[in-house]
Design a protein around this ligand. Structure first.
Ligand code: HEM
Length: 134
């Protein structure tokens, strides 16, 4: 139980840090090289959501207090962020097909989706960090 909890928390934080961190960078650079990050970001998002669900099961199953409300807001923002990023998959595929992002600027759509996802993941990080002490 304790080992499962520690492993889940470490994987959750590692994947969350990678996902949010790369999203913040891509939001700042207007989505430059976003095509290279798409798969790792979606992989990290999947890992963060799955381990987050496991942590919820282990620590907050059946709970409906302030902590759970704050965590739920953070989780919802993370899920929307994943959807927003996934929705630019087609634009990123086109970008890769025309020769890679070194020579071609990412589309406005890709840059906007990274900015929206960054704002949402910012809320997620605040909620996740604050929930324990609420
Ligand atoms: C659907 C998505 C997510 C769910 C369901 C979820 C759920 C949870 C749960 C249940 C915990 C344990 C809270 C506790 O210790 O009582 C937690 C902790 C944490 N989560 Fe998430 N999470 C999600 C996404 C994310 C993302 C995307 C990030 C980072 C960007 C993140 C960062 C963290 C951090 C840093 C902690 C540790 C907080 C602490 O130990 O004080 N989570 N999460």
């Amino acid at each position: 139980m304790q080992v499962t909890l520690i492993v889940a928390l470490v994987l959750h934080i590692l994947s969350g840090v990678f996902w949010a961190g790369t999203t913040f960078v891509l939001a700042r650079t207007g989505g430059s090289q976003a095509d290279r990050f798409f798969r790792p970001q979606m992989g990290a998002a999947t890992m963060a959501v799955v381990t987050g669900g496991l942590l919820w099961y282990l620590l907050h199953r059946g709970g409906s207090g302030t902590q759970e409300h704050i965590l739920a807001v953070g989780a919802l923002c993370a899920l929307i962020a994943a959807g927003v990023q996934a929705s630019s998959a087609q634009a990123l595929r086109k970008l890769s097909a025309v020769g890679g992002s070194d020579e071609f600027r990412p589309s406005h759509r890709v840059a906007t989706s990274q900015r929206i996802a960054a704002a949402l993941l910012g809320i997620t990080v605040v909620c996740m960090a604050a929930a324990r002490y609420a």
